[in-house]
Design a protein around this ligand. Structure first.
Ligand code: COA
Length: 386
C-alpha cells in the first residue's frame, strides 16, 4: 500500500444557496480544490462524490456522471463514482479516494461531497433525512433524527452526569468557532440561555441543539505521498482511514448511548496511525446534535463515559483548550449539507495543519475527522498529519 497525501482543498460557503444549482455548488468547490492543488482537470484520474439524497432533494440521480460532465471531465471519460452512506457519504467518499490511491490503481483523485437541501421545506427535508434510519421500525413510527438523538440524550442523561447547561455549552462553543469561520452558516455568538430559551424540537433537544438544513459542497485532491511535492510545499499526509458499521435501528443496539461503530472505527484508526490520544491536536466530530458531540468525544476515547459534559463546560474542547473540538463550528454552526460534511471536516483539518485557519487557528500537527451516518450505523474516522 502506498502512503497518501492531500494536496488541495476547497469549500463553498455553507448556508442557503437559492441562486446556485446543485451542479454549480459542486463545480465551485471542485475548482477551488484544483486551484489550491495546482492541478488541471485533464490530470485527474478519478472522482468520488459523496451525496446522500439528490434524488429526493433536487430530483436528480446519476450524480457521478452529472458531476463529471459539469466539471468538464466527461470529454476525458474520467471515472466518477457516487458514494452514499447518509450523513457519512463525504467521509466515505474520501476513504474511497484514499483506498484508490493507496492501492496504486489511481494517482490523482478528487474526493468531494455535495448536498442541496433547502429547495424543499423543513418537513420534507426531515423526512428525507429519516430515510437514513430504519424506515420500517423507526420512520414509520414517527422517529425522525431529532427524535432519535433525543432518545440518546434522555438515556445518556439518565445514566451519566450531564446537565442541560453542559449540553448547551457544546452549541455555545461551536457557535463561537463558527463566528470565526467565513464559510459557516451561522456566524453569530450565542449563550447558554439562547439554547435553553430556544424552541423545543424533541425533548430535551431544542433548536440550538440541532444542526441546520444546509446547501454546500467541498472537495479535496489526493495523490501518492511520493508525488505530493510535485504540487505543493505543504502536503498533508493521511495517517489512518477507518470505517465501521452497526445496527441501523437504535433499538437493536447493545447500548444506545455509546456508538459502537465510533468506538471500533476510532480504535482501528489509532492502531493504523500508531498514535495515542495525547498526540491528536484537534478533532472534527459529527455533532449533528449537541448530544452527538458529547458521545463522540467519549466513544473516540478522549475521556471516560460521563465526563465529556464537564470537560466541555470547563473549556477543554474550546479553541484554546486541551483538545479543540470542531474548530470549524462543527455541523451545528458551520452547517450540515449531509453529503458534503465529511469532506468539509477534511478541509478544516488541512486548513488548520497548514496554518491557514485565520481567527480560529489552533496549534496543530495532527487532526482527526469523525463522520457519522444515521445514528451511528456507519462511522468513518480519518487521521491526518502535517
Ligand atoms: N440552529 C439555530 N438556528 C436555526 C437552526 C438551527 N439548527 N435551524 C434554523 N434556525 C433558524 C433559522 O436561521 C431561522 O432564523 P430567522 O427566523 O432568524 O431567519 C429560524 O431558525 C427558523 O428557521 P427554519 O428553517 O424555519 O427552521 P425550522 O424550524 O424549519 O427547522 C430544525 C429547524 C431544527 C427542525 C431543522 O433545522 C432540523 O431538522 N435540523 C436537523 C437536521 C438533521 O436532522 N440533520 C441530520 C442529522 S443526522
Amino acid at each position: 500500500m502506498r502512503d497518501v497525501a492531500v494536496i488541495g482543498v476547497g469549500c463553498t460557503e455553507f448556508g442557503e444557496h437559492w441562486g446556485t444549482s446543485f451542479r454549480d455548488l459542486f463545480v465551485n468547490a471542485g475548482a477551488l480544490a484544483l486551484e489550491d492543488a495546482g492541478v488541471t482537470g485533464e490530470k485527474i484520474d478519478a472522482l468520488y462524490v459523496g451525496n446522500m439524497s439528490a434524488g429526493r432533494f433536487v430530483e436528480q440521480e446519476h450524480i457521478g456522471a452529472l458531476i463529471a460532465d459539469y466539471a468538464g471531465l466527461a470529454s476525458n471519460n474520467v471515472p466518477s463514482t457516487r458514494v452514499e452512506a447518509a450523513c457519512a457519504s463525504g467521509g466515505l467518499a474520501f476513504r474511497q479516494a484514499v483506498i484508490a490511491v493507496a492501492s496504486g490503481m489511481e494517482d490523482i483523485v478528487v474526493a468531494a461531497g455535495v448536498e442541496k437541501m433547502t429547495d424543499v421545506g423543513t418537513g420534507a427535508s426531515v423526512d428525507m433525512l429519516a430515510s437514513a434510519a430504519d424506515r420500517e421500525w423507526e420512520g414509520f413510527a414517527g422517529a425522525t433524527f431529532p427524535g432519535l438523538y433525543a432518545m440518546i440524550a434522555n438515556d445518556y442523561m439518565h445514566r451519566y452526569p450531564l446537565t442541560r447547561e453542559q449540553l448547551a455549552q457544546v452549541a455555545v462553543k461551536n457557535h463561537e468557532n463558527g463566528a470565526r469561520n467565513p464559510i459557516a452558516q451561522f456566524q453569530n455568538r450565542i449563550t447558554v440561555d439562547t439554547v435553553l430559551n430556544s424552541s423545543l424540537v424533541a425533548d430535551p433537544l431544542r433548536l440550538f441543539d440541532c444542526s441546520p438544513i444546509t446547501d454546500g459542497a467541498a472537495a479535496v485532491v489526493v495523490v501518492p505521498l511520493e508525488r505530493a511535492r510535485e504540487f505543493t510545499d505543504s502536503p498533508v499526509r493521511v495517517l489512518a482511514s477507518a470505517q465501521a458499521s452497526d445496527t441501523i435501528s437504535l433499538h437493536d443496539r447493545r447500548d444506545i448511548s455509546t456508538l459502537d461503530a465510533t468506538v471500533a472505527a476510532g480504535r482501528r484508526a489509532f492502531a493504523q496511525a500508531g498514535l495515542t490520544h495525547k498526540e491528536i491536536d484537534m478533532v472534527e466530530v459529527h455533532d449533528c446534535f449537541t448530544i452527538a458531540e458529547i458521545c463522540a468525544i467519549e466513544d473516540l476515547g478522549f475521556c471516560k463515559k460521563g465526563e465529556a459534559g464537564r470537560l466541555t463546560a470547563d473549556g477543554a474542547t474550546a479553541l484554546n483548550g486541551e483538545i479543540p473540538v470542531n474548530t470549524s463550528g462543527g455541523l451545528k454552526a458551520c452547517g450540515h449539507p449531509v453529503g458534503a460534511t465529511g469532506i468539509k471536516q477534511i478541509y478544516e483539518i488541512v486548513s488548520q495543519l497548514r496554518g491557514e485557519a485565520g481567527g480560529r487557528q489552533v496549534d496543530a500537527e495532527i487532526g482527526m475527522a469523525h463522520n457519522v451516518g444515521g445514528t451511528g450505523a456507519t462511522v468513518v474516522v480519518h487521521i491526518l498529519g502535517a
